[in-house]
Design a protein around this ligand. Structure first.
Ligand SMILES: [Zn+2]
Ligand SMILES: [Zn+2]
Length: 404
């Protein structure tokens, strides 16, 4: 993401929206910073968020009217049932940290060597706790049900989202929202990702071509895995140019091709690996079919055996157009129109994409201020982004439940 794109001066502290709800949001300002610092100091890796899960569950219980369920060992869902009947909306925050040695210089830096919240999931968790606290104080006027989804293991395939979905605990949820902090956007600005594909899927393959070694002067006695692999690499270039509909986003990049040691030896095998990116389920399927077909047929034509491991990563996030509209209006009301802008599709992938199996989804981004990118040891999300995040989340949830 280029810095210049975000460098427009968008941020101002004033709020255009008033009302009781905003006052309540202000009342959790101190809490969210305190929670964020605690979480940041005590990061836990994917699938190991035991203390984090307990902390979140205890905090939700302390609000007094939130039912706590545990859909997986380290994840938590808080359910707030409004006094009036209505729809059910979910908001998801991920909670896991990364195996990265922190270099932020924060006074509340990680106390665990080699582990830190370098992707800002501490921010997501603190914001959603703040949102839960604000809304728990509004139960009497709440029209419908809110699921606060605190998800484990976003950073590690196969990801925590699938486990939560498989638990069946999200049954009956009508829409699911999520947010991610991104640097080099003014802290507290809200970026509305596009409708449709809002990230790319991240797939790939590992291939071993088994040929037959021979003397370089006697190629007829062997099966050359380098020639076979080269034909595969070249033919893969035709998938995007000849098979994918023009205008559809698709990438195949072979990033590894290793074989042989000497100029006069035809080696016995070659190893290739590739990254494959798409944004629609149809193109994703087409890519896999074509890649498998090319590898199989080229190897067969050359008399080579092969082992192919085709790896499906997270699919692309599919943002619902109506939810985007609602979220954009709500965000503008919550933090001021000047702080909300249209954001381009994310190049990264996210397991939030799986929630589209449950209900229509919308994923947005929250600016965390200047600094190094997510996953960098120096990634420094600014505390000042937290409150706008809560304001936007609260407004989106209320507007959805009120049928706006
Ligand atoms: Zn990450
Ligand atoms: Zn992340």
């Amino acid at each position: 993401m280029k810095k210049s794109y975000w460098s427009v001066a968008l941020f101002c502290c004033c709020l255009s929206a008033a009302g009781a709800q905003q006052t309540d949001v202000q009342s959790v300002a101190g809490n969210v910073v305190e929670w964020r610092h605690h979480l940041h100091e005590n990061p836990e890796l994917s699938f190991k968020e035991y203390n984090t899960g307990r902390y979140v569950a205890d905090m939700l219980r302390s609000f007094g009217n939130i039912e706590v369920v545990r859909p997986a060992e380290t994840s938590v869902i808080g359910i707030l049932r409004g006094a009036k009947p209505g729809r059910t909306v979910g908001f998801r925050a991920d909670m896991d940290a990364l195996p990265v040695q922190e270099e932020t210089g924060f006074s509340f830096a990680s106390k665990t060597p080699g582990v830190s919240h370098a992707c800002g999931h501490d921010m997501h968790t603190a914001m959603l706790l703040g949102t839960a606290k604000v809304l728990s104080g509004m139960q009497e006027e709440l029209q419908g049900t809110v699921y606060f989804i605190f998800q484990h293991a976003e950073e590690k395939s196969p990801g925590g989202a699938l486990q939560i979905i498989k638990s069946g605990k999200l049954k009956g949820v009508d829409a699911i929202f999520g947010a991610h902090v991104i640097p080099n956007m003014p802290a507290g600005s809200i970026g509305m990702l596009p409708a449709g594909a809002a990230s790319s899927s991240s797939d790939g393959f590992f291939l071993t071509i088994q040929g037959k070694g021979s003397h370089g002067s006697m190629p007829q006695m062997g099966v050359d895995p380098i020639v076979t692999g080269s034909e595969i690499v070249m033919m893969l270039q035709t998938v995007v140019s000849r098979n994918v509909t023009p205008g559809e986003m698709a990438v195949v990049s072979v990033g590894k091709f290793q074989s042989g040691d000497a100029p006069n030896v035809i080696p016995g095998k070659a190893e290739l690996a590739a990254s494959i990116r798409t944004v629609t389920p149809e193109t994703r399927k087409l890519m896999e079919e074509r890649v498998r077909s090319i590898i199989g047929h080229v190897c067969e034509a050359n008399g080579a055996a092969y082992k192919l491991d085709y790896v499906l990563g997270y699919p692309a996030i599919q943002n619902d157009a109506a939810l985007r509209e609602l979220a954009k209006k709500a965000a503008m009301e919550a933090v001021g129109a000047k702080n909300v802008f249209d954001a381009p599709r994310l190049s990264a992938s996210e397991d939030f994409s799986y929630y589209a199996q449950v209900a229509p989804t919308y994923f947005m981004i929250v600016g965390s201020g200047d600094g190094p990118p997510n996953h960098n040891p120096g990634f420094r999300a600014d505390d000042s982004a937290l409150l706008n995040g809560v304001k936007a989340e609260v407004r989106i949830i209320l507007d959805y439940l009120n049928g706006k």
